[in-house]
Ligand binder design. Structure first.
Ligand code: ADP
Length: 429
């Protein structure tokens, strides 16, 4: 094996030998020793200078021997390795950029101060960004107040819907994903077509419901009139009219439910009007008690004095849906407890019953339209499966959430959680 130290040792020996030789010839040993040391130092200084020049300007590897040859070689190998690693990284980055640029969704890399670091082609088309916008703060370019609030709120699991600043009538759904250190990725998806289809569907349901309402009201009127005089009819027809009455009122509930849902579906938040929760709940309780059987107990506890900021008719509909359900699915002599209380996040309205309960696998699907656990067992075929869907929409419009817990055979608890910003705690003027 080549040993750099051996060559260096020969160099040292050579210079020392020359020094001793000159000393012997001249008799000036000290001077010749100093000169030898200086010569050895000069060799190192020369190579340091060579190394600096090579590191600065690159070029050909300087020629040398001994320890310096090894140093040059090791630095050269390190440089070559770094170069190929850099090349590989650049190729990878380029591939990533090409892939991101081809994405149909707008992708923007945001820095710590919300400044734009990079964006793809779709961002030019959907957000109207230009190359010159690099380095600008995104909030200065997309000035939609909803977007600016969303950007500063840092709710990374939420999305915001805004109109596209670049496409006429275009609708965008924006999400922000944090990554790396202080970096964020803004992803904007074009949802114009999806929103259009949703509107078409919602308009269709609303129109059909409206169109069905009038003939159904007429039909119901006739059925009720005929039903009123069913004593004059043979027994077989009496049964038929009762069934017809049941079914027409079920259809009426279905149409009313669908119309309520289309109104709630707009996605907008409910206007913030103060609603006196105690009065509202007492009135809902009184109405619901008419439906309770003689042996069923209804208990209302008002533990919080907070009022809600929202729409009274919507809240009334949500609360009464929950209470009516509790009575419907509670046992014949069961108890239904209602409670309005404070919570660390705001306030909660809870309805608890000791009825049949709901199996765990059904709970996540209960708020889907027309989803019913078991028509035969739970509440007969009275329900239409829209009640909890309405409750969920009302809660979304009031920035709250519906939580359902239940144990089969023991009962269920439906909690409507409202955030503090939807509460009013002062006394009403
Ligand atoms: P429905 O008109 O059928 O009551 P909902 O949307 O209000 O429609 O409820 C959906 C389903 O959830 C019901 O069919 C029932 O199976 C179940 N459910 C709702 N509330 C309760 C409850 N308090 N106890 C047991 N099951 C319930």
């Amino acid at each position: 094996m080549r040993s750099p130290w051996r060559a260096e040792y020969y160099w040292l020996m050579l210079i020392a030998f020359i020094g001793v030789f000159i000393g012997k010839v001249t008799g000036l040993y000290l001077v010749s020793f100093c000169l030898s040391a200086l010569a050895y130092l000069a060799r190192h200084l020369y190579h340091i200078n060579q190394l600096l020049a090579w590191l600065r300007s690159g070029g050909k590897l300087p020629q040398s021997s001994g320890i310096w040859e090894e140093i040059y070689y090791l630095i050269y190998r390190l440089r070559r390795r770094n170069k190929s690693r850099k090349k590989r990284l650049l190729a990878m980055l380029e591939r990533f950029r090409t892939a991101t640029a081809a994405l149909p969704d707008a992708t923007v890399v945001l820095g710590a101060r919300d400044e734009i670091d990079w964006f793809n082609e779709a961002a030019e088309r959907l957000l109207g960004l230009r190359k010159g916008d690099i380095g600008q703060q995104i909030g200065n370019l997309l000035r939609n107040p909803k977007f600016v609030e969303f950007l500063h709120a840092s709710h990374y699991d939420a999305t915001v819907n805004i109109s596209s600043p670049a496409i006429d009538k275009g609708q965008l759904e924006i999400r922000i994903v944090p990554y790396g250190e202080d970096l964020r990725l803004l992803i904007a998806q074009d949802v114009t077509q999806i929103r259009f289809m949703e509107r078409v569907r919602s308009d269709f349901v609303s129109n059909v419901s409206h169109e069905l309402r009038t003939p159904l009201t007429v039909l119901r009127g006739y059925v009720e009139t005929l039903g009123d005089s069913d004593q004059d009819l043979p027994g077989h027809y009496q049964k038929v009219f009762r069934r017809m009455e049941e079914q027409t009122s079920r259809m009426q509930r279905l149409i009313d439910g669908l119309l309520s849902l289309t109104k709630l579906e707009s996605g907008a938040l409910a206007p913030s009007k103060r609603v006196n929760v105690s009065l509202l709940l007492q009135s809902v309780r009184d109405e619901a008690s008419q439906l309770a059987s003689d042996r069923q107990k209804l208990d209302l506890r008002l533990e919080s004095t907070a009022d809600l900021l929202g729409t009274e008719s919507e809240l009334r509909s949500a609360f009464s849906n929950l209470i009516v359900n509790a009575l419907k699915y509670a046992s014949e002599d069961g108890a239904v407890g209602m409670c309005w209380r404070d919570d660390p996040m705001g306030a909660v309205f809870e309805v608890e019953d000791n009825g049949s309960g709901i199996a765990e696998e059904h709970i996540p699907r209960l708020t889907e339209r027309f989803y019913r656990v078991d028509m035969g067992k739970s509440g007969g075929n009275n329900g239409v499966g829209l009640g909890l869907s309405i409750v969920k929409h009302v809660m979304t419009r009031h920035e709250g959430e519906l939580k359902i817990t239940s144990t089969l055979g023991k009962g269920s608890c439906f909690s409507c959680k409202f955030p503090e910003k939807r509460l009013s705690r002062g006394t009403q003027l």
